[in-house]
Design a protein. Structure first.
Length: 640
């Protein structure tokens, strides 16, 4: 029997199981209240976030136009759009003829720029990303580049260390000291801490944090790991959460979800409806500025349940979102999963324009490899040195594994993953299953196979997905392809964490199994690349770059080594993974993902062509404009 069942644990994905609801003043949230709040914020929203331009009839030409369709020309001379959709793509004379009945029509000369389908992030988390914008940023991303004043959020800071974190915490703690009282602690909240990306891995615990904020000061410090699976608390925070002396002695301030829930549950609500709404809009506009026209929320409802769905739908339906929003409903709790299926139906593929749609259910099988909680066959390389309390050295699995009874009659462990999948597939629901560790992958594939055999569901028709699919052996790859599953890779595991996986977490041999994009393609699977934002920065061009070159950015020196060069993609394959294949995986390819007549006019104009093999620095290609549904939703002020 695996020792993962000896612990009363249930891990979420990078955000899904965190009780973020506790951060909100719930009295301000209701269906009517949200609309009223948006109306009250109209002026401020207008000042901070320009509304989309009016829908246009236009012909684009004079640059590089890449349809990125499944078939047809790799490049066309012109593109015509009208009424929010694409009318024609081809030579300029033909496009002008097709557009003759769509007047007035403006001709837009691209001035040599590249025009592509709007980019799609098929797995990120909108509401948690918005909430964490109000926390102290303590992550490893963000470096000032030569000639720039602001930090580049997509660049890994090579000097990231706990000293840098301390320098950010110190003024916040000092300010909190004046607000604390004997009866009520003052709180300092930080997000994005990642020891695995530090120049020297530093184990953070209550002893370390108490040196910055002693218990006597009654300043409660709580920091969340970038993976979302681990938290760090000082003694004052643990006391505020009413952890027992035994619990505090056991965890030493290193917390997993059960204790994190207690901590966050005691934090006084700080985030008002106004702040949350503005943060949400900032996340959506940040994505648009990166060239995204669609975001897929892979944990919808995890924080606010149905109110979260309503919140995002209200923003989208009121024309406030510059991107389309689709999502999968978080379903690790069976009663909630049943409630979702009663309340919603998965929206099928359609050419009908949609700004918000529910597409699937989401299940989370294990934790995070960089957080040492992904479920493995063998212990993590330095599990003892970086031990997480209550987490075995092989990580944890969230569901009962057939043949392994829960210890001592434990009934809180969810039933088998296969039983959840049977229920979902039997009712025609597409499913996404989060899986990071190699042992988790085997159980996930077993579970999918059992559910497919039991229900007779069509895996490809449902676009059944495996999220992250971090460690794939040849055998697992073959099984996944045979079952008709589709992986979505968090490619930042290679680019940002690859060096840490090699040296501290998995070792060189297992690290070679990370994000095997080329092998997935060779096996005939359609796959995608995603950010898991907030786990890694937004930026589909950056993700394509990391899949093309697979350079380990955390390695020392200027010449970054490559992690498993055999898995490098071509520019065309990588861009397909963030356009057409991402649309297909999200059940949206009839509407977006390529520049084809009949689809929505979702497009991005870039200063350089990301399919040019001579261009290596895709992440810094300048986004000139982003259009959604035939209307310009983002214009780069530096290039206009």
């Amino acid at each position: 029997m695996s020792d993962h069942h000896q612990h009363e644990h249930h891990l979420g994905c990078a955000c899904c199981a965190l009780p973020l609801l506790g951060q909100l003043d719930q009295t301000q949230f209701s269906p009517d209240g949200l609309r009223q709040e948006l109306d009250a914020l109209a002026s401020e929203i207008g000042q901070r976030f320009p509304r989309p331009a009016k829908m246009e009839n236009a012909i684009f030409h004079g640059g590089i136009i890449r349809p990125l369709a499944a078939a047809g020309a790799e490049q066309v001379e012109a593109l015509g759009i009208a009424g929010g959709g694409i009318v024609a793509a081809g030579d300029l004379i033909s496009v002008r003829a097709a557009m003759a009945s769509h007047q007035p029509c403006r001709e837009i000369h691209l001035e040599g720029r590249a025009l592509l389908p709007g980019l799609i992030d098929p797995h990120m988390h909108i509401l948690p990303s918005a909430i964490f914008k109000s926390w102290l940023p303590l992550g490893a991303f963000g470096l000032t580049r030569p000639g720039q004043d602001s930090e580049d959020a997509q660049v890994l800071n090579p000097d990231y260390s706990f000293d840098q974190i301390k320098s950010k915490l110190a003024p916040a703690i000092q300010a909190a000291q004046s607000q604390a009282s004997a009866a009520q602690p003052a709180w300092v909240l930080g997000f994005g801490v990642d020891p695995s990306l530090m120049r020297q891995w530093t184990n953070i615990d209550a002893g370390v944090l108490d040196q910055l904020a002693p218990a006597a000061d009654n300043v409660a410090v709580f920091l969340l790991n970038a993976s979302g699976h681990i938290g760090y608390a000082n003694t004052a925070a643990m006391k505020a959460a009413e952890l027992s002396e035994q619990e505090m002695a056991h965890c030493q301030g290193v917390l997993t979800e059960a204790s994190i829930a207690k901590i966050i549950g005691k934090i006084p609500p700080k985030l008002l409806a106004k702040d949350l709404l503005l943060n949400l809009l900032q996340v959506l506009h940040d994505a648009s500025a990166r060239g995204n026209t669609t975001l897929f929320d892979a944990g919808l409802g995890s924080s606010l349940k149905e109110l979260e769905v309503l919140l995002l739908k209200t923003i989208a339906d009121n024309g406030l979102s510059p991107v389309r929003i689709a999502g999968a409903l978080y379903s690790n709790e069976l009663p909630q999963m049943v409630q979702w299926m009663r309340r919603y139906q998965p929206e099928p593929d359609s050419r009908t324009p949609s700004n918000f749609s529910v597409k699937a259910l989401k299940l989370v099988a294990d934790g995070s490899n960089q957080g040492l909680t992904g479920f493995q066959f063998r212990p993590y390389l330095h599990a003892a040195k970086h031990a997480v309390p209550d987490v075995p050295p092989v990580g944890l699995f969230n569901f009962r594994i057939p043949g392994e009874p829960a210890p001592d009659g434990e009934s809180r462990m969810p039933d088998s993953l296969a039983s959840y999948l049977n229920l979902a597939l039997g009712r025609g629901w597409p499913v996404l299953v989060h899986s990071n560790g190699d042992h988790s992958m085997e159980v996930v594939l077993d579970s999918y196979q059992q559910a497919l055999e039991a229900t007779g569901a069509d895996a490809q028709a449902l676009r059944l997905r495996v999220e992250h699919a971090s460690l794939l052996t040849d055998a697992a790859m073959g099984r996944m392809a045979k079952l008709g599953l589709s992986p979505s890779f968090l490619i930042g595991h290679v680019g940002y964490w690859g060096h840490a996986f090699q040296g501290e977490i998995l070792g060189e041999a297992r690290a070679e199994l990370l994000d095997r994009c080329k092998s997935a393609s060779d096996a005939g699977m359609r796959f995608t690349l995603h950010s898991d934002h907030f786990v890694s920065p937004l930026g589909s061009l950056r993700m394509a770059e990391q899949a093309i070159y697979r350079k380990m950015e955390g390695a020392p020196g200027e010449n970054k080594p490559v992690l498993n060069a055999e898995e490098c993609l071509s520019h065309r394959q990588a861009m397909a993974a963030v356009t057409l294949d991402a649309a297909w995986q999200c059940h949206m390819e009839q509407m977006t993902g390529s520049l084809e007549a009949g689809k929505q006019a979702d497009l991005v104009i870039l200063d350089q062509d990301p399919l040019d093999p001579a261009i290596a620095d895709l992440r810094h290609i300048v986004v000139h404009e982003t259009w959604r549904g035939g209307a310009r939703v983002y214009a780069n002020q530096r290039t206009h």
